[in-house]
Design a protein around this ligand. Structure first.
Ligand SMILES: [Zn+2]
Length: 420
Protein backbone atom coordinates (compact mmCIF):
# COMPACT_ATOMS: atom_id res chain seq x y z
CA UNK A 1 0.00 0.00 0.00
CA UNK A 2 1.32 3.41 -0.98
CA UNK A 3 1.98 5.79 1.87
CA UNK A 4 1.80 3.11 4.53
CA UNK A 5 4.20 3.45 7.40
CA UNK A 6 7.12 1.20 6.56
CA UNK A 7 8.41 -1.51 8.83
CA UNK A 8 12.13 -1.36 8.95
CA UNK A 9 13.97 -4.59 9.58
CA UNK A 10 17.48 -3.75 10.75
CA UNK A 11 18.69 -7.28 9.93
CA UNK A 12 17.99 -6.67 6.29
CA UNK A 13 19.61 -3.26 6.04
CA UNK A 14 22.55 -3.12 3.69
CA UNK A 15 26.11 -2.50 4.76
CA UNK A 16 25.93 1.16 3.63
CA UNK A 17 23.29 1.80 6.27
CA UNK A 18 25.72 0.77 9.00
CA UNK A 19 28.55 2.73 7.40
CA UNK A 20 26.33 5.83 7.45
CA UNK A 21 25.51 5.33 11.13
CA UNK A 22 29.22 4.80 11.86
CA UNK A 23 30.23 7.96 9.97
CA UNK A 24 27.69 10.07 11.88
CA UNK A 25 28.81 8.72 15.25
CA UNK A 26 32.54 8.96 14.53
CA UNK A 27 32.20 12.54 13.30
CA UNK A 28 30.26 13.39 16.45
CA UNK A 29 32.93 11.82 18.68
CA UNK A 30 35.78 13.62 16.90
CA UNK A 31 33.95 16.91 17.40
CA UNK A 32 33.41 16.10 21.08
CA UNK A 33 37.11 15.40 21.62
CA UNK A 34 38.21 18.55 19.76
CA UNK A 35 35.69 20.67 21.65
CA UNK A 36 36.77 19.17 24.97
CA UNK A 37 40.48 19.81 24.28
CA UNK A 38 39.67 23.37 23.30
CA UNK A 39 37.44 24.01 26.31
CA UNK A 40 40.11 22.71 28.69
CA UNK A 41 42.28 25.65 27.65
CA UNK A 42 39.71 28.35 28.41
CA UNK A 43 41.25 28.92 31.82
CA UNK A 44 44.83 29.19 30.54
CA UNK A 45 46.59 32.44 31.43
CA UNK A 46 46.45 35.16 28.75
CA UNK A 47 49.60 35.04 26.57
CA UNK A 48 52.11 37.77 27.51
CA UNK A 49 51.71 39.90 24.37
CA UNK A 50 47.97 40.13 24.90
CA UNK A 51 47.65 40.57 28.63
CA UNK A 52 47.01 44.32 28.37
CA UNK A 53 44.03 43.65 26.12
CA UNK A 54 41.41 42.89 28.76
CA UNK A 55 41.00 43.90 32.35
CA UNK A 56 40.51 40.80 34.50
CA UNK A 57 36.77 41.25 34.85
CA UNK A 58 36.25 41.65 31.11
CA UNK A 59 38.38 38.60 30.47
CA UNK A 60 36.26 36.54 32.82
CA UNK A 61 33.19 37.65 30.94
CA UNK A 62 34.89 36.64 27.72
CA UNK A 63 35.65 33.18 29.12
CA UNK A 64 32.12 32.78 30.46
CA UNK A 65 30.84 33.54 26.96
CA UNK A 66 32.97 30.74 25.51
CA UNK A 67 31.95 28.24 28.15
CA UNK A 68 28.29 29.09 27.63
CA UNK A 69 28.67 28.56 23.89
CA UNK A 70 30.58 25.33 24.44
CA UNK A 71 27.88 23.89 26.67
CA UNK A 72 25.19 25.03 24.31
CA UNK A 73 27.07 23.38 21.43
CA UNK A 74 27.14 20.08 23.34
CA UNK A 75 23.36 20.15 23.63
CA UNK A 76 22.67 21.11 20.04
CA UNK A 77 25.08 18.63 18.46
CA UNK A 78 23.85 15.79 20.68
CA UNK A 79 20.27 16.66 19.82
CA UNK A 80 20.91 16.77 16.09
CA UNK A 81 22.86 13.48 16.15
CA UNK A 82 20.03 11.71 18.02
CA UNK A 83 17.45 13.22 15.70
CA UNK A 84 19.34 12.08 12.58
CA UNK A 85 19.92 8.59 13.97
CA UNK A 86 16.27 8.24 15.00
CA UNK A 87 15.20 9.41 11.57
CA UNK A 88 17.42 6.80 9.91
CA UNK A 89 16.60 3.92 12.24
CA UNK A 90 12.84 4.47 12.38
CA UNK A 91 12.44 4.95 8.64
CA UNK A 92 11.87 8.72 8.53
CA UNK A 93 13.22 9.08 5.01
CA UNK A 94 11.00 6.26 3.71
CA UNK A 95 8.02 7.84 5.44
CA UNK A 96 8.55 11.25 3.78
CA UNK A 97 9.36 9.63 0.44
CA UNK A 98 6.21 7.47 0.55
CA UNK A 99 4.09 10.57 1.22
CA UNK A 100 5.75 12.36 -1.71
CA UNK A 101 5.08 9.28 -3.87
CA UNK A 102 1.37 9.34 -3.08
CA UNK A 103 1.14 13.03 -3.93
CA UNK A 104 2.75 12.95 -7.36
CA UNK A 105 4.19 10.64 -10.00
CA UNK A 106 6.53 13.30 -11.28
CA UNK A 107 10.09 12.47 -10.15
CA UNK A 108 11.18 16.10 -10.09
CA UNK A 109 8.24 17.22 -7.97
CA UNK A 110 8.83 14.27 -5.64
CA UNK A 111 12.44 15.33 -5.19
CA UNK A 112 11.35 18.89 -4.42
CA UNK A 113 8.78 17.70 -1.86
CA UNK A 114 11.29 15.30 -0.32
CA UNK A 115 14.11 17.83 0.07
CA UNK A 116 11.78 20.70 0.91
CA UNK A 117 10.19 18.72 3.75
CA UNK A 118 13.52 17.54 5.13
CA UNK A 119 15.33 20.88 4.94
CA UNK A 120 12.53 23.14 6.12
CA UNK A 121 11.40 20.55 8.68
CA UNK A 122 14.86 20.24 10.23
CA UNK A 123 15.24 24.01 10.18
CA UNK A 124 11.95 24.35 12.07
CA UNK A 125 13.00 21.74 14.63
CA UNK A 126 16.31 23.54 15.27
CA UNK A 127 14.76 27.02 15.34
CA UNK A 128 14.33 26.99 19.13
CA UNK A 129 18.10 26.49 19.38
CA UNK A 130 18.95 29.42 17.13
CA UNK A 131 16.34 31.50 18.91
CA UNK A 132 17.96 30.68 22.25
CA UNK A 133 21.44 31.39 20.87
CA UNK A 134 20.42 34.83 19.57
CA UNK A 135 17.97 36.05 22.21
CA UNK A 136 19.40 34.42 25.31
CA UNK A 137 23.16 33.87 24.89
CA UNK A 138 24.12 36.72 22.53
CA UNK A 139 21.67 38.98 24.36
CA UNK A 140 23.13 38.17 27.75
CA UNK A 141 26.64 39.07 26.58
CA UNK A 142 25.48 42.27 24.90
CA UNK A 143 26.01 41.29 21.24
CA UNK A 144 22.46 40.93 20.10
CA UNK A 145 20.79 43.78 18.25
CA UNK A 146 18.34 41.61 16.30
CA UNK A 147 14.64 42.13 16.88
CA UNK A 148 12.23 39.21 16.84
CA UNK A 149 10.75 40.61 13.67
CA UNK A 150 14.16 40.61 11.93
CA UNK A 151 14.78 37.07 13.19
CA UNK A 152 11.52 35.77 11.69
CA UNK A 153 11.96 37.73 8.46
CA UNK A 154 15.53 36.40 8.09
CA UNK A 155 14.18 32.86 8.36
CA UNK A 156 11.43 33.43 5.81
CA UNK A 157 13.83 35.11 3.37
CA UNK A 158 16.31 32.26 3.87
CA UNK A 159 13.61 29.72 2.99
CA UNK A 160 12.57 31.78 -0.03
CA UNK A 161 16.14 31.79 -1.33
CA UNK A 162 16.49 28.08 -0.59
CA UNK A 163 13.31 27.20 -2.48
CA UNK A 164 14.10 29.39 -5.50
CA UNK A 165 17.86 28.82 -5.89
CA UNK A 166 18.23 25.40 -4.25
CA UNK A 167 15.01 24.10 -5.80
CA UNK A 168 15.98 25.46 -9.22
CA UNK A 169 19.40 23.82 -9.19
CA UNK A 170 17.99 20.52 -7.89
CA UNK A 171 15.38 20.42 -10.66
CA UNK A 172 18.01 21.18 -13.29
CA UNK A 173 20.36 18.46 -11.99
CA UNK A 174 17.58 15.83 -11.94
CA UNK A 175 16.53 16.89 -15.42
CA UNK A 176 20.14 16.42 -16.60
CA UNK A 177 20.16 12.99 -14.94
CA UNK A 178 16.97 11.85 -16.64
CA UNK A 179 18.18 13.16 -19.96
CA UNK A 180 21.88 12.21 -19.94
CA UNK A 181 22.11 9.35 -17.41
CA UNK A 182 25.37 9.19 -15.45
CA UNK A 183 26.86 11.75 -17.85
CA UNK A 184 24.65 14.28 -16.00
CA UNK A 185 27.59 15.25 -13.84
CA UNK A 186 29.29 17.27 -16.58
CA UNK A 187 26.17 19.34 -17.27
CA UNK A 188 25.50 19.75 -13.56
CA UNK A 189 29.09 20.83 -13.09
CA UNK A 190 28.86 23.50 -15.80
CA UNK A 191 25.64 24.78 -14.26
CA UNK A 192 27.08 24.88 -10.75
CA UNK A 193 30.30 26.53 -11.97
CA UNK A 194 28.32 29.26 -13.75
CA UNK A 195 26.12 29.69 -10.70
CA UNK A 196 29.16 29.96 -8.41
CA UNK A 197 30.77 32.62 -10.60
CA UNK A 198 27.47 34.47 -10.93
CA UNK A 199 26.92 34.50 -7.16
CA UNK A 200 30.49 35.59 -6.53
CA UNK A 201 29.94 38.55 -8.85
CA UNK A 202 26.45 39.54 -7.86
CA UNK A 203 25.94 38.29 -4.29
CA UNK A 204 26.46 41.80 -2.92
CA UNK A 205 24.14 43.30 -5.47
CA UNK A 206 21.32 40.72 -5.34
CA UNK A 207 21.33 38.83 -2.03
CA UNK A 208 22.76 41.23 0.54
CA UNK A 209 20.06 43.90 -0.08
CA UNK A 210 17.43 41.33 0.97
CA UNK A 211 18.96 41.32 4.45
CA UNK A 212 20.79 44.63 4.89
CA UNK A 213 20.91 48.21 3.78
CA UNK A 214 24.12 49.08 2.04
CA UNK A 215 25.20 52.49 0.89
CA UNK A 216 28.28 53.96 -0.76
CA UNK A 217 30.82 55.28 1.74
CA UNK A 218 30.21 59.01 2.15
CA UNK A 219 32.77 61.48 0.85
CA UNK A 220 35.08 62.67 3.59
CA UNK A 221 38.45 62.08 5.17
CA UNK A 222 38.07 58.31 5.49
CA UNK A 223 37.08 57.94 1.86
CA UNK A 224 39.98 60.15 0.76
CA UNK A 225 42.44 58.14 2.80
CA UNK A 226 41.10 54.90 1.37
CA UNK A 227 41.34 56.25 -2.18
CA UNK A 228 44.88 57.48 -1.57
CA UNK A 229 45.90 54.06 -0.35
CA UNK A 230 44.13 52.29 -3.22
CA UNK A 231 45.81 54.43 -5.88
CA UNK A 232 49.19 54.02 -4.17
CA UNK A 233 49.00 50.24 -4.55
CA UNK A 234 47.40 50.46 -7.99
CA UNK A 235 44.07 49.05 -6.94
CA UNK A 236 41.09 50.32 -8.84
CA UNK A 237 38.29 50.75 -6.38
CA UNK A 238 35.03 52.49 -7.14
CA UNK A 239 32.84 50.50 -4.84
CA UNK A 240 33.30 50.99 -1.14
CA UNK A 241 30.08 50.13 0.62
CA UNK A 242 28.92 50.46 4.20
CA UNK A 243 26.46 47.87 5.46
CA UNK A 244 24.19 48.19 8.49
CA UNK A 245 25.63 45.22 10.39
CA UNK A 246 24.60 46.98 13.60
CA UNK A 247 21.02 45.97 12.79
CA UNK A 248 21.82 42.43 14.01
CA UNK A 249 24.94 42.41 16.10
CA UNK A 250 27.61 44.59 17.67
CA UNK A 251 30.30 42.38 16.08
CA UNK A 252 32.29 44.11 13.33
CA UNK A 253 33.59 42.87 9.99
CA UNK A 254 34.78 43.80 6.51
CA UNK A 255 34.87 41.69 3.39
CA UNK A 256 35.78 41.66 -0.22
CA UNK A 257 33.59 40.29 -2.99
CA UNK A 258 33.43 40.00 -6.74
CA UNK A 259 36.18 40.62 -9.26
CA UNK A 260 36.77 42.74 -12.35
CA UNK A 261 34.31 45.62 -12.54
CA UNK A 262 32.10 44.05 -9.87
CA UNK A 263 34.73 44.00 -7.15
CA UNK A 264 33.78 45.82 -4.02
CA UNK A 265 34.79 46.21 -0.42
CA UNK A 266 32.09 46.20 2.20
CA UNK A 267 32.68 47.69 5.63
CA UNK A 268 30.29 47.08 8.51
CA UNK A 269 29.07 50.29 10.12
CA UNK A 270 30.20 48.75 13.42
CA UNK A 271 33.76 48.58 12.04
CA UNK A 272 33.71 52.28 11.13
CA UNK A 273 32.41 53.18 14.57
CA UNK A 274 34.87 51.03 16.52
CA UNK A 275 38.15 51.65 14.66
CA UNK A 276 40.38 54.67 14.03
CA UNK A 277 40.84 55.74 10.41
CA UNK A 278 44.32 54.21 10.12
CA UNK A 279 43.01 50.94 11.52
CA UNK A 280 40.23 50.87 8.95
CA UNK A 281 42.79 51.46 6.15
CA UNK A 282 44.87 48.61 7.57
CA UNK A 283 41.87 46.24 7.52
CA UNK A 284 41.14 47.37 4.00
CA UNK A 285 44.79 46.87 2.99
CA UNK A 286 44.46 43.29 4.26
CA UNK A 287 41.40 42.80 2.03
CA UNK A 288 43.23 44.34 -0.94
CA UNK A 289 46.04 41.89 -0.16
CA UNK A 290 43.63 38.98 -0.65
CA UNK A 291 42.74 40.37 -4.04
CA UNK A 292 46.30 41.17 -5.13
CA UNK A 293 47.62 37.78 -4.10
CA UNK A 294 44.78 36.21 -6.14
CA UNK A 295 43.20 34.43 -3.19
CA UNK A 296 39.74 35.33 -4.43
CA UNK A 297 40.32 33.69 -7.81
CA UNK A 298 42.05 30.71 -6.22
CA UNK A 299 39.13 30.06 -3.88
CA UNK A 300 36.68 30.35 -6.73
CA UNK A 301 38.61 27.93 -8.96
CA UNK A 302 39.20 25.50 -6.08
CA UNK A 303 35.52 25.40 -5.15
CA UNK A 304 34.53 24.78 -8.77
CA UNK A 305 37.10 21.97 -9.13
CA UNK A 306 35.96 20.39 -5.87
CA UNK A 307 32.35 20.55 -7.04
CA UNK A 308 33.38 18.76 -10.24
CA UNK A 309 35.18 16.03 -8.32
CA UNK A 310 32.20 15.54 -6.01
CA UNK A 311 29.74 15.36 -8.90
CA UNK A 312 31.95 12.89 -10.76
CA UNK A 313 32.14 10.57 -7.73
CA UNK A 314 28.38 11.00 -7.25
CA UNK A 315 27.83 9.84 -10.85
CA UNK A 316 29.63 6.56 -10.08
CA UNK A 317 27.19 5.68 -7.30
CA UNK A 318 23.93 7.39 -8.16
CA UNK A 319 22.44 4.50 -10.14
CA UNK A 320 23.07 1.93 -7.43
CA UNK A 321 19.75 1.07 -5.70
CA UNK A 322 21.72 0.26 -2.53
CA UNK A 323 22.27 3.98 -2.11
CA UNK A 324 18.57 4.67 -1.57
CA UNK A 325 18.23 1.56 0.58
CA UNK A 326 21.10 2.84 2.70
CA UNK A 327 18.81 5.49 4.18
CA UNK A 328 15.87 3.06 4.29
CA UNK A 329 14.10 4.27 1.14
CA UNK A 330 12.62 1.25 -0.65
CA UNK A 331 12.01 2.80 -4.05
CA UNK A 332 15.36 3.89 -5.53
CA UNK A 333 15.47 7.52 -6.56
CA UNK A 334 17.96 10.22 -7.35
CA UNK A 335 16.95 12.29 -4.34
CA UNK A 336 17.24 9.45 -1.80
CA UNK A 337 20.59 8.38 -3.23
CA UNK A 338 21.76 11.99 -3.04
CA UNK A 339 21.14 12.12 0.73
CA UNK A 340 22.99 8.83 1.28
CA UNK A 341 25.83 10.08 -0.89
CA UNK A 342 25.97 13.34 1.07
CA UNK A 343 26.68 11.42 4.29
CA UNK A 344 28.96 8.77 2.76
CA UNK A 345 31.01 11.48 1.05
CA UNK A 346 31.34 13.62 4.19
CA UNK A 347 34.64 12.05 5.38
CA UNK A 348 36.15 13.13 2.05
CA UNK A 349 34.67 16.59 2.29
CA UNK A 350 36.05 16.83 5.83
CA UNK A 351 39.50 16.24 4.39
CA UNK A 352 39.10 18.77 1.59
CA UNK A 353 37.74 21.15 4.24
CA UNK A 354 40.91 20.65 6.30
CA UNK A 355 43.04 21.48 3.26
CA UNK A 356 40.98 24.55 2.43
CA UNK A 357 41.21 25.79 6.03
CA UNK A 358 44.97 25.25 6.00
CA UNK A 359 45.31 27.27 2.79
CA UNK A 360 42.95 29.93 4.11
CA UNK A 361 45.15 30.42 7.20
CA UNK A 362 48.20 30.74 4.92
CA UNK A 363 46.33 33.32 2.86
CA UNK A 364 45.52 35.31 5.98
CA UNK A 365 49.22 35.61 6.77
CA UNK A 366 49.90 36.65 3.18
CA UNK A 367 47.18 39.32 3.31
CA UNK A 368 48.52 40.54 6.67
CA UNK A 369 52.01 40.74 5.16
CA UNK A 370 50.62 42.67 2.23
CA UNK A 371 49.00 45.19 4.58
CA UNK A 372 52.23 45.41 6.56
CA UNK A 373 54.34 46.06 3.46
CA UNK A 374 52.04 48.47 1.68
CA UNK A 375 50.61 50.27 4.70
CA UNK A 376 51.72 49.51 8.24
CA UNK A 377 51.72 46.67 10.75
CA UNK A 378 50.87 48.63 13.89
CA UNK A 379 47.34 49.80 13.00
CA UNK A 380 46.50 46.29 11.78
CA UNK A 381 47.70 44.85 15.10
CA UNK A 382 45.59 47.29 17.11
CA UNK A 383 42.56 46.74 14.88
CA UNK A 384 42.84 42.95 15.21
CA UNK A 385 43.10 43.35 18.96
CA UNK A 386 40.05 45.59 19.11
CA UNK A 387 38.01 43.27 16.91
CA UNK A 388 39.01 40.18 18.92
CA UNK A 389 38.19 41.93 22.13
CA UNK A 390 34.82 43.10 20.86
CA UNK A 391 33.81 39.64 19.69
CA UNK A 392 35.25 37.98 22.83
CA UNK A 393 37.23 35.67 20.57
CA UNK A 394 39.33 32.88 21.98
CA UNK A 395 42.90 33.95 22.85
CA UNK A 396 44.04 30.45 23.86
CA UNK A 397 42.56 27.95 21.38
CA UNK A 398 43.86 24.37 21.28
CA UNK A 399 46.15 23.77 18.25
CA UNK A 400 44.16 20.69 17.17
CA UNK A 401 40.95 22.69 17.23
CA UNK A 402 42.63 25.48 15.24
CA UNK A 403 43.93 22.97 12.71
CA UNK A 404 40.47 21.55 12.05
CA UNK A 405 38.15 24.52 12.39
CA UNK A 406 39.97 27.83 12.02
CA UNK A 407 39.93 29.58 8.67
CA UNK A 408 41.94 32.40 10.26
CA UNK A 409 45.04 31.98 12.44
CA UNK A 410 44.51 32.79 16.14
CA UNK A 411 45.11 36.42 17.17
CA UNK A 412 48.45 35.78 18.87
CA UNK A 413 49.91 34.03 15.82
CA UNK A 414 48.83 36.86 13.53
CA UNK A 415 50.30 39.51 15.83
CA UNK A 416 53.59 37.62 16.05
CA UNK A 417 53.69 37.38 12.27
CA UNK A 418 52.96 41.10 11.90
CA UNK A 419 55.68 42.00 14.39
CA UNK A 420 58.26 39.68 12.82
ZN1 LIG B 1 41.54 37.91 5.50
Amino acid sequence: MKGAKPKLDLNHMNILFYIIIAILIIQFLIEMVLGYLNAKKYDDPIPGELDNLFDPEEYQKSQRYKKTNYNFGLWTSTFSLLLTLAFLIFGGFEWIDSIARTLTDNTMLRALLFFGTILIGSDLITTPFSYYKTFVIEEKFGFNKTTKKTFVLDKLKGWGILVILGGGILLAVIWFFEWAGTGFWIYAWVLIALFTIFMNLFYSRLIVPLFNKQSLLEAGRLKEKIENYASKVGFELQNIFVIDGSKRSTKANAYFSGFGKEKRITLYDTLINDLEEDEIIAVLAHEVGHYKRRHIVFNLVASILLAGLTLFILSLFINNPDMSLAIGVSEPSFHAALIAFGILYSPISEITGLIMNYLSRKFEYQADDYAKNTFAAQPLITSLKKLSKKSLSNLTPHPAYVFVHYSHPPLLARIRNLKA
